[in-house]
Design a protein around this ligand. Structure first.
Ligand code: UDX
Length: 421
C-alpha cells in the first residue's frame, strides 16, 4: 500500500518506518524540513531503539515532502499523526489536526481514487466526525464514505519499546463507518497476528483515552497502596505480585514509585477530565489519579529531609527522563523534584544517559555529571528513573532515596529509603 504519514513526531515516525518494514511505500510529510532531512539521511527524528536501523534498511520505501497534496496524490491512505498539545485549561489544541485536514481536503479535490483518511493522533471522541470530516468535505466538495474514506486508528505504543509494541501489539483498534475503509484497514493489519477490534469512530477515539486513563489509574492506585505499605513495613511489590495473579486484575502497571510522566498519561487524563466536565460529568476518580501522582515527588523530598538538612548540601539525581530508554523529559518526575530541591537551597548534580541535553534547556542552573559514578560523590542520592546502569552502581556508604526500587541500592546503601517500600 502507499501511505502518507502526516507529522513525523513520535507516532508518525514509528508508524511510518514500521509500515515501510512491512513492505509499504511511505510518504512522510512535515512542515519542519529538518525532520525530513533527518529521515532522508537515515535518522529517525525521534529516538526510539531499533528505529534508525529499520529506516536505513527500508530507505528505498521512504520518501519525504513538505507538501501534503503531493503525498496524498501519490498514495491510497493518509494517516494524520500530528501532535495534539495541551492548552492551559487542560483541553487539547487541535490546531495541527485542523491545518492538516484543510490541506488534505484540498488535495482530495483532484484525487480520483477512493482515498482513505485515518486519524491516528490522540483526539477526543467526536473529533474525527465533527472536526476533521466537515473540513475534508468542505475543502474537497466530496462526501465522506461516498467519495473518500474516513476513520480512526489509535496507537498504543510505549516510548522505548515502540518498535516491539508495533509488531507485537495486543490488539488493533479501528473506528470505521463504511465497508471500504474497514477493508483498507483490515488489509493493512491482516499480517499482524493480533485481533482487530472494529467499532464506530468515536468509540475508537474513546478507547484510546480510557486505556491511558486506566493504566494511569493502576499506577496511582499502586502508589497510594504503596504509601500505606511503607508505613506498615509491607513490601508493596510483593503485594501487587499476589494481587496481579488474579487473572481479572493482571500484574502489569502496578510498579509503585515516584509516579507517571511522559507525553501521554498526564495530558490525556487532563483532556478527558475537561471533556467530561464540559458536559457536566464529575470525574472524581480521574482527578484523584492526577492528585496522587502530583503528590508523589514531594514524598521523596520529605524522606530526604528525614536524613539530611538539604540547605547547601550536594544532592545527586540519578535519572531525568520520564522513564528509561528515552531522552523525553515531558512531565518527568525529575522536574518537580529538582524544583523542590532548588527551593530548599540544595546544590544539584544530575546524570541521565540520554536526557541531559533536554533537561539543561529548562534547568541550566544545576550541574550535570559525565557519568552515573560521578553522581555517587554527593551527600545524598535520589533515584528518579530506573535506567539499567543504575542497577550496577556501588551504593555502599551512601544515603539513597529511591523513587524506582533499585534493589542493589536497597541492599547496599548505608541509609536507604524507598518511596513506597
Ligand atoms: C503510554 C501508554 O503505555 C501507551 O500505550 C500510550 O500509547 C502512550 O502512553 P508511555 O508514556 O510511552 O506510554 O510510557 P509507559 O511505559 O506507559 O509509562 C508512563 C509512565 O508511567 C512512566 O513515567 C513510567 O515510569 C510510569 N509507570 C509505568 C509507573 O510509574 N509504574 C508502572 O507500573 C508503569
Amino acid at each position: 500500500m502507499k501511505i502518507s504519514i502526516i507529522g513525523t513526531g513520535y507516532v508518525g515516525s514509528v508508524t511510518g518506518i514500521c509500515f515501510a518494514e512491512m513492505g509499504h511505500q511511505i510518504f512522510f510529510v512535515d512542515i519542519d524540513q529538518t525532520k525530513l532531512n533527518a529521515i532522508n539521511s537515515g535518522k529517525s527524528p525521534v529516538f526510539e531503539p531499533g528505529l534508525d536501523d529499520l529506516l536505513v534498511k527500508n530507505r528505498n520505501k521512504v520518501s519525504t515532502t513538505t507538501d501534503i497534496s503531493e503525498a496524498v496524490h501519490q498514495t491510497d491512505l493518509t494517516m494524520i499523526c500530528v501532535g495534539t498539545p495541551q492548552k492551559t485549561d487542560g483541553s487539547s489544541d487541535l490546531r495541527f489536526i485542523i491545518d492538516a485536514a484543510h490541506a488534505i481536503g484540498k488535495a482530495l479535490i483532484k484525487d480520483r481514487k477512493y482515498h482513505t483518511v485515518i486519524v491516528k493522533s490522540t483526539v477526543l471522541p467526536g473529533t474525527t466526525n465533527n472536526v476533521v470530516q466537515p473540513i475534508l468535505e468542505e475543502e474537497s466538495g466530496k462526501e465522506a464514505t461516498v467519495n473518500f474514506g474516513i476513520g480512526s486508528n489509535p496507537e498504543f505504543l510505549k516510548e522505548g519499546s515502540a518498535v516491539q509494541d508495533f509488531f507485537h501489539t495486543d490488539r488493533i483498534v479501528i473506528g470505521v463507518n463504511d465497508p471500504k475503509t474497514k477493508k483498507t484497514l483490515d488489509d493493512l493489519y491482516e499480517p499482524f497476528r493480533a485481533p482487530i477490534f472494529a467499532t464506530d469512530i468515536k468509540t475508537a477515539e474513546m478507547i484510546k483515552y480510557v486505556s491511558n486513563a486506566f493504566l494511569a489509574t493502576k499506577i496511582s492506585f499502586a502508589n497510594e497502596i504503596g504509601n500505606l505499605c511503607k508505613m506498615n513495613g509491607i513490601d508493596t511489590y510483593e503485594v501487587f505480585r499476589g494481587v496481579g495473579m488474579d487473572s481479572r486484575i493482571n500484574p502489569h502497571f502496578f510498579r509503585s514509585g515516584i509516579g507517571f510522566g511522559g507525553s501521554c498519561f498526564p495530558k490525556d487524563i487532563q483532556a478527558l477530565i475537561s471533556f467530561a466536565e464540559s458536559q457536566g460529568i464529575e470525574t472524581r476518580i480521574l482527578k484523584a489519579v492526577i492528585k496522587t501522582n502530583d503528590d508523589q515527588p514531594q514524598k521523596l523530598i520529605t524522606l530526604l529531609k528525614r536524613h539530611i538538612n538539604i540547605k547547601g548540601r550536594k544532592i545527586g539525581i540519578l535519572g531525568l527522563s520520564f522513564k528509561p530508554d528515552t531522552d523525553d523529559i515531558r512531565e518527568s518526575r525529575a522536574i518537580p523534584v529538582v524544583l523542590s530541591l532548588l527551593e530548599e537551597g540544595a546544590q544539584i548534580l544530575a546524570y541521565d544517559p540520554m536526557a541531559m541535553p533536554e533537561f539543561v534547556k529548562i534547568f541550566p542552573q544545576i550541574s550535570y555529571a559525565k557519568s552515573s559514578k560521578e553522581v555517587l560523590e554527593t551527600d545524598a542520592l535520589m533515584i528518579i528513573t530506573e535506567w539499567n546502569e543504575f542497577f550496577d552502581l556501588d551504593y555502599r556508604e551512601k544515603i539513597v532515596i529511591d523513587g524506582r526500587k533499585v534493589n542493589k541500592a536497597e541492599r547496599e546503601a548505608r541509609i536507604y529509603e524507598g518511596i513506597c517500600w
